[in-house]
Write a protein that binds this ligand. Sequence first.
Ligand SMILES: [Ca+2]
Length: 177
Amino acid sequence: MAKPFRDGRPSVAVASAIFAQTLEMPDIFLDELPLASMKSGNEQPKRKTQYRKNCIGKPQRLGGVTYERGIGDHAGHDFAVELVYALKPEYRRFVSLVGVDDQTGHRGSLRVQVYVDDQLKAKTPILHGGQELYYFDLELPRGAKQLCLVIDDAGDGYDYDDADYVNAGFLVSVPHK
Ligand SMILES: [Ca+2]
C-alpha cells in the first residue's frame, strides 16, 4: 500500500476509494471552522459553501463511498473560487481527499490548488467525475497565517464541477515517521 507523502510536495493521486479509508483523519475538520473569507467573482451574493454536504446539500460521495465530514463547493464560471481559512499556531498539517462528487454521474472536471500565505503549496491535476481522487497532505510552515483552497473549472466550463473536500482539516501534532 502506497503511503501519502509527508514532506509538503504536491500530493499523490489515488485511484481507489479503498485507499481513502486508510488515510489519516484530521484533528480539526474544515467543516467545524468558519471561513475567514471567500472570493467567488460576481457570484458572491448567492454562493454558499456546504458543510458536511455536497454543493447541492446532499451527502458527499466519492468513488461510491459516502463521507460524513467535509465541505462541498462548486467551481465558478470563468473565475476561480477561493476559500480562505485562518491557521492557528498548533496546526501542523493540512489533509484532504478531493474529488468530483458522484452526483455528477461521471461528468464535471476541475482543479484544486492549495496556497499557504499566498504561496502555492500543492495542486491537483484535472480531476474528472467518477474518476481519480486526490489526496493533499502537506506540512504547514511555522507561523503560517492562512490557507486558501482554490477551485477552477479546468478550462472547459463549470457544469457539474461539484468539488468535495472530505476528511479535510488540520492535524495538530507531528506524526511518527
Ligand atoms: Ca469543468
